[in-house]
Design a protein around this ligand. Structure first.
Ligand SMILES: O=C(O)C(=O)[C@H](O)CO
Ligand SMILES: [Mg+2]
Length: 260
């Protein structure tokens, strides 16, 4: 049975961030993820988890000025120092939460520009080697161009080729089913192909990015497929609830309380 992680940046937003851990636990989640914890002290985030018996599935490395449109630096040669500083910033949060994987964002850059590609390889290698010393994985995620126009990493084949070429044991794919369906379709065959390099999975309905209980994809089929493929990682619920988060959790009832 999949082990779902509530995404606390998108779910339970009717309460302040640090109160969302309790809200997720009360709703039956045993794991959480979020985009960025950096507005809060690492200890407070770690306490929120521990007090509620939750496991941290994932969070993102610092992206730069998110509100100004920055989406990470990994493909931006002129921002390599910022990227390196970001790894240091994330470390205390990783230690306070006990998370085992971190998402490295590529940034807004042109993939047909050789310097951006070269920098992406360099940054990904640097970050993976940095976190290997702490027993952490680094994941990279293809993101569709409708949600993030100009995002460098917008192709699952490119991510797969890079991961298989680099052969860095703690470098893996963040397989967001929502993005995969929008970019390529053929999600089941891609899950089958890329399962050996997949370190994290995320879900949402397509095209609305709401609860995984309707629209384009048959999620119960995909959840069974993840089990059949032997996926033992987390499935992040990275969706915008249609209304109050708890009112949209009927899909989750059979999975509530599942532990790894
Ligand atoms: O957008 C997504 O799908 C993500 O997972 C990132 O973490 C946030 O952009
Ligand atoms: Mg995602």
């Amino acid at each position: 049975m999949p082990h779902f992680a509530a995404n606390l940046s998108m779910m339970f937003t009717d309460v302040p961030f640090l109160d969302r851990f309790e809200a997720a636990a009360k709703a039956g989640f045993t794991a959480v993820e979020f985009l960025f914890p950096y507005d809060h002290p690492a200890e407070a985030v770690g306490d929120g988890l521990k007090r509620n018996g939750l496991t941290q599935a994932l969070f993102n490395l610092p992206p730069g000025n998110w509100d100004a449109g920055e989406k990470g630096f990994a493909a931006l040669p002129e921002r390599f120092d910022d990227l390196k500083r970001g790894l240091e910033t994330a470390l205390p949060y990783a230690q306070a939460t006990g998370v085992k994987r971190l998402h490295l964002m590529a940034g807004i850059a042109n993939r047909s520009e050789p310097k951006a590609v070269e920098q992406f390889y360099k940054s990904v290698t640097w970050a993976a080697e940095f976190f290997a010393a702490y027993g952490l994985d680094v994941v990279i995620e293809p993101i569709n161009a409708r949600n993030v126009p100009g995002y460098f990493l917008n192709d699952f084949g490119f991510a797969r080729d890079l991961i298989t070429e680099l052969k860095i044991p703690n470098l893996k794919l963040q397989f967001d089913i929502y993005h995969c369906q929008i970019i390529h379709g053929d999600v089941t065959m891609r899950l089958r192909e890329m399962m050996p390099i997949t370190g994290h999975v995320q879900i949402a309905s397509i095209p609305s990015r709401n609860e995984p209980d309707g629209e384009e994809l048959n999620y119960p089929f995909l959840f069974t497929e993840l089990d059949r493929l032997g996926y033992g990682g987390f499935v992040g619920c990275e969706y915008n609830p249609r209304g109050k988060t708890t009112d949209g959790l009927a899909w989750f009832k059979p999975y509530a309380g599942v532990k790894p």
